[in-house]
Design a protein around this ligand. Structure first.
Ligand code: UDP
Ligand code: MG
Length: 330
């Protein structure tokens, strides 16, 4: 059974969560196209009842005004506003926490890069999957820099042990059980596209053509991309901390060799005065410091993983149900 989030008003079958930051220019067209898909004849039996939950991520432009106007004749549109701009991922998390969909939640961007027309396919694939990724088959609309940097970035992440589907962003379907599992993670800087695959739910994919942004400009300038990258790397791996250990051990070994060499040269009388003591101190203390930093890194890594407090496993609920159902007389 799906759990209905409490205290959020009447439940619906499906929530569409849309983070919005300064998107006044596209909202009207976005709402029009999304509504056409959701209210299309036949959609009702497929999707069921729905809500569109826009999370206004502290927009500075006319987005709140446009949203208020749209709401007037679209009862299924809900708008929640964050007090300040908290970022795409935080806005998505807020949306997941407030979504009332008992069947599941669809997340998508407002700038029409994620075409609403793909929604029926995602919901269709959700019949047999708990997570459905919308995968960018053609992303020629993204800049070359964006594609190349994304490609390399995801390669690095995979090599660090992250599981993530290729060319999938935050356009996806999540069943209620998945949403609840994500919400149960206590960590602050969740990067959803990394966290969701890691939970290990049964997943499928639907390929779509990524459109160019309908209007306005990207809210991911370079420094935000870097921020997301850092959150992603540190969130999914403690490998960078392990580097401290490796460098520490390497440095300590090199320092020790230098120390032996310095003392040897001193014993043979082949040094200028003062050299041996200087080298001994520098190499000895330096090596020791590197080693200690490495050890600290190891403990810090353990602490970090512990603080993230992710469940080390999640039981597949349907497997429990299967056990419970009476096999019947045989
Ligand atoms: N967004 C947000 N808060 C932010 C930045 C972006 O809610 O601080 C929203 C934005 O309005 C859009 C989605 O997140 O709906 C994706 O942002 P954008 O299209 O700028 O990213 P890009 O597609 O360029 O990676
Ligand atoms: Mg975009």
């Amino acid at each position: 059974m799906s759990r209905q989030p409490e205290g959020l008003g009447p439940a619906v079958d499906v929530s569409v969560v849309v983070p919005v930051y300064d998107e006044a220019e596209v909202l009207e067209e976005f709402a029009g196209r999304l509504r056409a898909v959701l209210d299309a004849p036949g959609a009702a039996q497929h999707v069921g009842s729905y809500e569109v939950l826009v999370v206004d991520d502290g927009s500075q432009d006319r987005s709140p005004v446009v949203l208020a106007r749209l709401r007037r004749d679209w009862p299924q549109l809900r708008v929640v506003r964050l007090r300040r701009n908290s970022g795409h991922q935080a806005a998505l998390s807020a949306g997941l926490a407030l979504a009332r969909g008992t069947r599941g939640v669809l997340t998508m961007d407002a700038d029409l890069q994620d075409p609403p027309e793909v929604l029926p396919d995602l919901v269709w694939a959700a019949e047999t999957n708990e997570v459905v990724y919308a995968v960018r088959g053609d992303r020629s609309s993204d800049s070359r820099f964006k594609r190349v940097s994304a490609e390399w970035f995801y390669r690095v992440l995979r090599s660090l042990g992250a599981t993530l589907p290729a060319h999938a962003g935050d356009f996806r379907w999540m069943d209620r059980v998945v949403v609840d599992a994500v919400l149960a993670l206590p960590e602050q800087h969740r990067v959803l596209r990394l966290v969701v695959p890691e939970l290990g739910f049964r997943s499928g994919a639907v390929t779509y053509r990524r459109a160019p942004r309908a209007a306005g400009r990207t809210k991911y300038p370079l420094h935000r991309m870097l921020r997301l990258s850092l959150d992603a790397i540190t969130g999914s791996s403690t490998a960078p901390l392990r580097l401290a250990t490796v460098f520490g051990l390497g440095g300590a070994a090199a320092s020790f060799l230098l120390l032996v060499y310095a003392l040897g040269s001193f014993a043979l009388g082949a040094t200028v005065p003062g050299w041996t003591s200087t080298v001994t101190v520098v190499a000895g203390v330096g090596g020791l410091q590197l080693l200690c930093t490495g050890i600290l890194g190891e403990y810090l890594g353990r602490l970090y993983v512990q603080a993230q407090n992710r469940p080390s496993y999640l039981v597949a609920a349907d497997s429990l149900r299967e056990q419970r159902t009476d096999p019947g007389p045989d």
